[in-house]
Design a protein around this ligand. Structure first.
Ligand SMILES: Cc1cc2nc3c(=O)[nH]c(=O)nc-3n(C[C@H](O)[C@H](O)[C@H](O)COP(=O)(O)O)c2cc1C
Length: 209
């Protein structure tokens, strides 16, 4: 399949939620960057991630296309809140998709992979596209800042026990603070964004003590 993907420009990194399964059929969903290039999708999971292990073992994944702030927060920092009912399987893949992204997903299969330092690079062929119910949201700086915060927060969690990474963690916490101030400026206290921020902060503070 090499027709143009709707919504995707070539060679741009987009943020999506990738769902996979392990060899016991346990589903997993994590935010990942994905790039569309020459009719294929490229995923670059860290070697330490479950997504990497599952792609290596099972070779199948679903790219869940969403702009839901809640879904990104859950998949990035609160994966334990997902349960079996949050996932559905299609006929074309063993990897499940998120029920919240029904008709807004792309099924892929790994065609080749390589390892580059700390990350793998999976070239994936597109097996099925259903973006018929993908609805982009109006642009808000709060969403961009939330995504930045989540990327930094997942690194803070990954580095939490690594003494050599203390200055990197301080730098990441400063960036989180910077983006949090933007969210404070463009939303109000009772907005979904600030409610999610309070949840993210309590998670970060828990692991920092
Ligand atoms: C928007 C966003 C994009 C991300 N992109 C990647 C990525 O491309 N590769 C990666 O390994 N981790 C990425 N991460 C971090 C992972 O989502 C995070 O480490 C997650 O805990 C991995 O989950 P897993 O171990 O279940 O696969 C991203 C996080 C966010 C919030």
């Amino acid at each position: 399949m090499s027709e143009k993907l709707p919504f995707f420009d070539e060679e741009v990194l987009y943020e999506v939620i990738v769902s996979t399964v392990d060899d016991t059929k346990q589903p997993n969903a994590a935010p990942m960057g994905v790039r569309y290039s020459n009719g294929q999708l490229i995923l670059q999971p860290y070697l330490t991630s479950t997504t990497y292990q599952n792609l290596l073992t099972n070779k199948e994944a679903v790219i869940n296309v969403t702009t839901s702030p809640e879904l990104f927060v859950k998949a990035a920092l609160f994966q334990e809140e997902f349960n079996a009912e949050d996932f559905l399987t299609s006929l074309v893949s063993s990897a499940p998709f998120l029920k919240a992204c029904a008709h807004s997903f792309i099924v892929v299969r790994v065609s080749s992979f390589s390892i580059d330092d700390l990350k793998a690079r999976f070239l994936c062929e597109i097996v099925r596209v259903d973006l018929s119910e993908f609805r982009p949201r109006l642009y808000t700086r709060a969403f961009s800042s939330l995504i930045e915060i989540l990327i930094h927060a997942t690194r803070v969690l990954a580095f939490q026990r690594d003494k050599d990474k203390e200055s990197e963690v301080s730098r990441l916490l400063e960036l989180i603070d910077y983006h949090q101030k933007i969210i404070g400026r463009v939303t109000s206290k009772n907005s979904m964004y600030q409610i999610l921020m309070r949840k993210i902060n309590s998670k970060i503070n828990q692991v920092r003590v």
